[in-house]
Design a protein around this ligand. Structure first.
Ligand code: 4AD
Ligand code: MG
Length: 429
């Protein structure tokens, strides 16, 4: 018997196959039972005809419950009207008949679903989201490899902050304190001197007290860092990468996007050049739209929402006031109060998905920034060394995977984009 996955049914029309999976739905009408089977690769309807299986099997089939696990021997047929393939069951065996499944067809509240995240992952929407996430991850690796970036695995246990001291998770580390990494960037800056173009991709941690739909305390970041690159060169890589990632989803995940009821028109736009505006221009636009943002303010979550609803494509917002950005950002020679940085905001109200900048490469300047930001100079000696031995103009960026998944899938909240979300209120399951 050929064991196959549902995704390959089309290649087996007219043949007898074995499929193992779970009962996602079932109904019966007299002499026929319909089981919707899912096996991880897809969904298919299995049809049991009382007259074509033994009496004892028909009796056993009646014991079926949602989420029971089953092995089916069936002949594959094509749906008479739709591009769908069905399983005409000849025999089956239950692996287990499931107890009454807690997630039913009725509407459950979000807390109930998150408490049952270990089960909720099986629902078709959640299944679709993780498949899109997987495509975005694979596309990232493919793009980075094609463009000659070397993967450098930055440490997670670190002695100091990368992105501001207020959002650090501290842990006991023998007789000292360690912090969970907020971004691998500083370590990548060291690695460019060996490899020129590098990246990391892993979990990062922020003790975010924010309760917004965009914040997690544990999320996945891809940081990239390049030697001999300026802000424009840095932006170009980000634009190409995001375009490549979205394109990969459009070509591989049409079925998933359909389950998610995602309007794909806005995603098709990413073929066009991304917009670029300065922070000062963004502030002016926002003020006209009724925001109370001031010249030196960071864009708040609401600002990003209203601004990006105005655009049909991602927007780079460049040249933020340096004082509201991280210590490592290089200043603009034309206006020393501005940072040579860019945040990439996703359209349709999604907001920031990437943060990036040119890095300060002068020893004395970066030393004074570290002091201004009240960071422990001793812990940054190694980082200062990078400005002593062959310092070069360099820059990079970091994307938040969950923000990108949320945007591409068209979701309300990032908590559905990661298998087991961590927020201030949630550490379980
Ligand atoms: O803008 P951020 O803080 O930039 C950095 O960490 C830089 N060191 C990256 C670099 O230049 N290598 O974070 C980068 C991205 C944000 O644009 C956002 O997409 C995501 O990480 N992010 C979060 N995602 C989910 N929950 C949070 N609490 C996040 N904080 C940042
Ligand atoms: Mg940022």
């Amino acid at each position: 018997m050929t064991k196959i996955f549902i995704q390959d049914l089309k290649d087996y029309v007219g043949q007898e196959v074995e499929v193992s999976g779970w009962i996602a739905n079932e109904r019966s009408s007299g002499k026929i039972a319909f089981w919707q089977i899912r096996d991880g690769s897809g969904f298919a309807q299995a049809i049991l005809n009382m007259e074509e299986i033994s009496a004892s099997k028909w009796a056993e089939a009646k014991k079926v419950t949602l989420e029971s696990s089953v092995k089916i021997i069936a002949k594959v047929s094509k749906h008479p009207k739709k591009e769908e393939y069905e399983l005409q069951v000849e025999d089956f065996d239950f692996y287990q008949i499931a107890e009454e499944y807690p997630i039913g067809k009725k509407d459950h509240g979000i807390d109930f679903l998150l408490d049952n995240r270990h089960l909720w992952l099986r629902s078709s929407r959640q299944w679709a989201i993780q498949r899109v996430r997987n495509t975005l991850i694979q596309a990232t690796y493919e793009f980075m490899a094609k463009n000659n970036f070397i993967k450098i695995d930055a440490p997670i246990l670190t002695p100091s902050a990368c992105e501001g001291t207020t959002e650090l998770f501290a842990i006991d580390y023998f007789d000292t304190t360690a912090y969970l990494s907020q971004s691998g960037q500083l370590y990548l800056e060291a690695a460019i001197f060996a490899h020129n173009k590098v990246y990391d991709f892993g979990p990062v941690f922020r003790a975010e007290k924010s309760k917004t739909r965009r914040h997690l305390t544990e999320f996945w970041m891809m940081d990239a860092e390049m030697a001999f690159v300026d802000l424009a060169g840095n932006i170009k890589v980000q634009e190409d990468l995001i375009r490549f990632m979205v394109q990969a989803v459009l070509s591989k995940n049409q079925a998933e996007l359909k389950i998610l009821e995602r309007d794909t028109k806005p995603l098709n736009n990413i073929a066009k050049p991304f917009h670029q505006i300065t922070h000062a221009e963004a502030v002016k636009m926002l003020q006209k739209m009724g925001s109370d943002i001031k010249a030196d303010d960071d864009l708040g979550a609401d600002d990003e929402t209203i601004l990006t609803k105005k655009f049909d494509n991602p927007i780079f917002v460049t040249h933020y006031p340096a004082k509201i950005k991280a210590f490592y950002m290089k200043r603009d020679n034309k206006d020393k109060d501005l940072a040579l940085c860019a945040d990439l905001l996703a359209p349709e109200g999604y907001g920031e998905i990437i943060g990036g900048s040119q890095r300060e490469d002068d020893y004395e300047t970066i030393l004074s920034r570290i002091k201004e930001h009240k960071l422990p100079v001793k812990e940054f000696q190694w980082y200062l060394d990078l400005r002593k031995y062959g310092s070069v103009p360099h820059g990079g960026f970091g994307f938040g995977l969950e923000r990108i998944v949320g945007w591409v899938c068209g979701l309300e909240h990032v908590r559905e984009t990661i298998p087991f979300p961590r927020t201030i209120y949630r550490l379980r399951p």
